[in-house]
Design a protein around this ligand. Structure first.
Ligand code: 6OG
Length: 182
């Protein structure tokens, strides 16, 4: 299932830090590192860090680690695959900004430990968010699929989903299920 004929492979990493232990914060919510995408496909949206798997990547997991480093400065040390999301677009704009074949299979990883320091890059403006505040971004500042799979992700469930978009960003229909293995 991880490599499907005709599907383009991408990665997405969400770095989650457990709450507590930080007296400067009132909340004990775990926090997640998001980036506001500064350019390219999905510009303006808050998202995890990731990108396309290249032929030179040894595996999907190492591709995820490479993209995380390139876009955030962090080297993830405990990536765990949590879900695979398939995205399908019906419009020309998506075809243009993503010349690679669709559908896209985005492998979603959770990371709880990283080495290095967070840096802003040309691609991403990083920001730590309380996980319980993330739904505030479902007002149009994130891809519309996120609000559906986030609850499974943040509850540490495994999932599979397929999301159909119109006009690049309008979610028309989707299927999503919790699975016991990926
Ligand atoms: P680059 O263009 O940066 O790779 N991505 C999506 N993420 C979410 N949450 N929802 C979507 O709905 C997405 N479509 C793409 C995958 C694009 C990055 O954006 C993610 C990659 O991490 C349609 O190389």
């Amino acid at each position: 299932l991880s490599r499907r004929e005709g599907h383009k492979l991408l990665t997405l990493v969400l770095f989650v830090k457990s709450g507590g232990g930080d007296s400067s914060r009132n909340s004990h919510s775990p926090r997640v590192l998001l980036g506001r995408k500064k350019r390219g496909f999905g510009q303006g949206f808050y998202n995890g860090f990731g990108g396309k798997v290249e032929a030179s990547d040894a595996s999907i997991l190492t591709a995820a680690a490479r993209e995380m480093k390139e876009e955030s400065g962090l080297v993830p040390t405990d990536l765990a695959l949590k879900g695979v999301l398939t995205f399908i677009w019906d419009d020309a704009e998506a075809e243009q900004s993503s010349p690679n074949a669709q559908p896209w299979d985005v492998h979603v990883y959770k990371c709880t430990e990283c080495e290095g320091d967070v840096v802003e890059t040309d691609e991403m403006a990083p920001v730590w968010m309380d996980v319980d505040k993330v739904p505030e971004l479902y007002d149009g500042r994130m891809w519309e699929d996120d609000q559906h799979w986030h609850p499974l992700f943040f509850a540490d469930k495994l999932f599979r989903g397929t999301f159909h978009f119109e006009k690049t960003t309008v979610l028309k229909h989707f299927t999503l299920e919790e699975v016991s293995e990926i």
